[in-house]
Design a protein around this ligand. Structure first.
Ligand SMILES: [Zn+2]
Length: 72
């Protein structure tokens, strides 16, 4: 997916693998944004979970928790 750096405003690409990895991390850690490091200036730009998902529509969470054991 194409990203425009929030800091230096240069565009760069995130590969499909990188998008899938980012989605894995976000779903595992229950985060809403992924910090993609800009190759131009080295700073991070936040990418929303939804935007990542749109870039990788075939992505599915690695492990789904089928039932919440702590539901009381
Ligand atoms: Zn940058």
């Amino acid at each position: 997916m194409q990203i425009r750096c929030y800091h230096c405003h240069k565009p760069y690409a995130l590969s499909k693998d990188a998008v899938a990895t980012a989605l894995d991390i976000l779903s595992e850690e229950k985060l809403h944004h992924y910090n993609a490091r800009c190759p131009h200036c080295g700073k991070s730009t936040q990418i929303g979970f939804d935007a990542l998902k749109r870039a990788a529509p075939n992505w599915t969470p690695k492990e789904e928790t089928p039932s919440d054991e702590q539901s009381a």
